[in-house]
Design a protein around this ligand. Sequence first.
Ligand code: GLN
Length: 190
Amino acid sequence: MVNRAGVLALQGNYNQHKRMLDVLGIKNILVQYPRELENCDLLIIPGGESTAISKQIERNNFRHPILNFAKTNSVFGTCAGMILLSSSEKATNLKPLSIMDFKVDRNAFGRQVDSFSGNLCLEFDNTDSFNGLFIRAPKISKLGKGIKILATYKKQPVMITNGRHFATTFHPEIGDDYRIHKHIMGKINE
Ligand code: GLN
């Protein structure tokens, strides 16, 4: 079980993640400075704009602290956060952290107007499907060794783990279904 979660609060949907953690009774802080990672055992990198978050990571000297943190702690990235966790190629203004061994195609479903919600199958809970919100979402283009699929949409992987770290192409922090956050929080330090 997680002791204290940090939510990277540089850009994007960090407040919605915080709200979910508050509802679940998980101790958490919004992380704006690298030293604030110190007392956390999980870092959530939210959705938003991966280029903007990447720029802020570099500008605020977060890159090495996050890479160091990830050696012994967990990171959970959603949408843009997942793009940052990936081992996708560097692009202008975007330097993925390569914390997990997978690649993505950004904006793979089109523009903002092509955003949609869909019913996902969760591997860890078959009581009901999960309504996932995809907002200019990435698509996983390559999965490395040791990556386990935790949720699918139309048979495509949309939530993955390597045991320590977690990533979703959609936004589990939006809405009132807490199952994904609850599942991940329970897996930390297991
Ligand atoms: N399309 C965004 C990006 O590439 C991600 C969108 C999101 O996080 N909802 O960064």
